[in-house]
Design a protein around this ligand. Structure first.
Ligand code: DC
Length: 218
């Protein structure tokens, strides 16, 4: 049976998470926040003494970790049975995630964990390489972006809402470094699939973006 997939890729702070979650809810489909898988591995590594340069040990941790996702109104993630949801959003977690995500062996181990989310009646998948590598045969693909200033501002607001201490200038710099690394890595870089719809959400409301995304499926 064919299970439809909608992929939403783009840089951090473009609104992918919010748009993907709401689109999945409206469609009644499953939701994959692939960034949270890389972030979970970052947290798993912080609990060990493994050096971030030691690829074979990182791969072992990636293979051994068990993740449980509860994709209700808020995404809840358990790593080896422990609820790590509150640690996922830290920019420091995102930065480590981006560094280990550049390792081809790590990406290979995490590939199947992501593909396993393709369950009936459908899947909305959010990340950097959903339309290019993980689900190249997806039925619909979106590349969602926004200006650097807007993305930093949104990420800052998100952190404030979660009561995570943040500083706008620092966030602007951190997401710039992270996006550059994600774009420039050799394996599965952040890139728009040739068959994706390009949406610049800088001056759009979330509702307008969702409308455009759902129109693609209708
Ligand atoms: O989407 P996010 O900010 O939670 O992702 C955190 C990092 O994980 C991101 O900077 C790069 C990596 N990532 C990736 O390489 N590929 C994905 N599909 C999703 C995330």
């Amino acid at each position: 049976m064919h299970i439809p997939v909608l992929t939403i890729d783009g840089p951090s702070g473009a609104g992918k998470g919010t748009v993907s979650r709401l689109a999945a809810k409206k469609l009644g489909w499953n939701y994959l926040d692939s960034g949270s898988i890389y972030r979970s591995l970052a947290i798993a590594l912080q609990k060990t003494s493994v050096d971030f340069e030691n690829v074979s040990e990182i791969v072992k941790v990636a293979q051994a970790m068990t993740l449980e996702f509860d994709c209700g109104d808020e995404l809840i993630v358990k790593l080896d049975g422990e609820d790590i949801t509150s640690q996922l959003g830290f920019e420091s977690t995102g930065s480590i995630a981006s560094q280990i995500a550049a390792l081809p062996d790590v990406r290979r181990v995490l590939l199947q964990k992501q593909r396993d989310f393709r369950q009936a009646p459908g899947l909305v998948a959010d990340g950097r390489d959903m339309g290019t590598v993980v689900f190249p045969d997806a039925d619909n693909k979106v590349f969602l972006t926004a200006s650097a200033a807007k993305r930093a501002e949104r990420r800052y607001k998100q952190l404030m809402e979660k009561e995570i201490d943040a500083n706008l200038a620092q966030i602007t710099n951190e997401i710039d470094v992270r996006d550059r690394r994600d774009r420039e890595r050799e394996t599965a870089p952040l890139a728009m699939a040739s068959d994706a719809l390009y949406i610049d959400s800088s001056d759009m409301t979330i509702d307008a973006v969702i409308e455009e995304v759902l129109n693609l499926i209708r």
